[in-house]
Design a protein around this ligand. Structure first.
Ligand code: B1M
Length: 210
């Protein structure tokens, strides 16, 4: 418990080495990878998010925090991925054009890997062309899109419209997520599902392919 709040502070201060060490200690204490991820990292990033919103932290600090979070996630990822044997299906995922937020998307990719999916991560700032060519190349079951800005979330609709225009929409399950979205937005743009968090995304993906 003490270590977890220490890690929240370390994340806040952008101390990657300390985060790596903290993750390793919690794992050695027998904590599950998902619990380390949620209690130490995701919760800590939530605190960073609140102070960023309130103007207490600025972009450079938040970038350092994000870097520290990623260093911790790098240890957790292979452990979460170990569980699956037979692939459940294939997922292509990326953050939409104009948007460089990738922490949430990376978490979703990790959780989906953990649920047994093959995940092709297109990274950030994906335009229609990037999505379409990845769909063509990898023929996934699911397309996942992430957006963290109110200004970039409408781009998800642009991608779905591009799929419609090419008669490709019905080939893929489209799942969307990101902090500014909600259920209604997902419905309004014609997605198959809105995922509030990474655990729900993995659960929904499993349900929809089986
Ligand atoms: Co950004 N930023 N940021 N930022 N940033 C937000 C999103 C903001 C809400 C902060 C605030 O003002 N309160 C605000 C958006 C306001 C709005 O649009 N209404 C904001 C802003 C304004 C900006 C800039 C414009 C700031 C500036 O330059 N003036 C700029 C934009 C750059 C750009 O994209 N073009 C910017 C930049 C940055 C950093 C680079 C500093 C950094 C990003 C680093 C990185 O990602 N590599 C950053 C960060 C870290 C944040 C906050 C603090 C944290 C985001 C995060 O990682 N959360 C964020 C504040 C906040 O959200 N509280 C903020 C943790 C993550 C685990 O949660 O991403 O929600 P989240 O993902 C969840 C779910 O949403 C869901 O599952 C995830 C895990 O449970 N989910 C999916 C997400 N994607 C999914 C996809 C799916 C399914 C589920 O597909 C199937």
């Amino acid at each position: 418990e003490d270590l977890v709040s220490q890690m929240h502070d370390d994340l806040y201060d952008g101390l990657a080495d300390e985060i790596v060490e903290g993750v390793e200690i919690l794992l050695s204490r027998g904590w599950g990878a998902d619990r380390v991820l949620n209690d130490a990292l995701v919760e800590g990033m939530g605190i960073v998010g609140i102070d960023f919103r309130d103007g207490i932290l600025f972009v450079p600090e938040v970038l350092l925090a994000a870097k520290a979070m990623k260093a911790g996630m790098a240890i957790i990822r292979p452990i979460l991925a170990e569980t699956g044997a037979e692939p459940m299906g294939k997922v292509v995922i990326g953050t939409v054009k104009g948007d460089i937020h990738d922490i949430g998307k990376n978490l979703v990719a990790m959780m989906m890997e953990g649920a047994g999916f093959d995940v092709i991560d297109l990274g950030i700032n994906c335009d229609v062309e990037a999505y379409l060519s990845a769909l063509e190349e990898h023929q996934p079951d699911i397309l996942g899109m992430s957006a963290l800005l109110t200004t970039t979330m409408p781009y998800m609709k642009t991608v779905i419209e591009a799929l419609n225009e090419r008669d490709l929409r019905s080939k893929y399950i489209v799942l969307v997520g990101g902090a500014p979205l909600d259920e209604n937005f997902g419905k309004a743009i014609g997605a198959d599902g809105y995922c509030r968090d990474a655990a729900i995304a993995a659960e929904m993906a499993k349900q929809m392919v089986t």
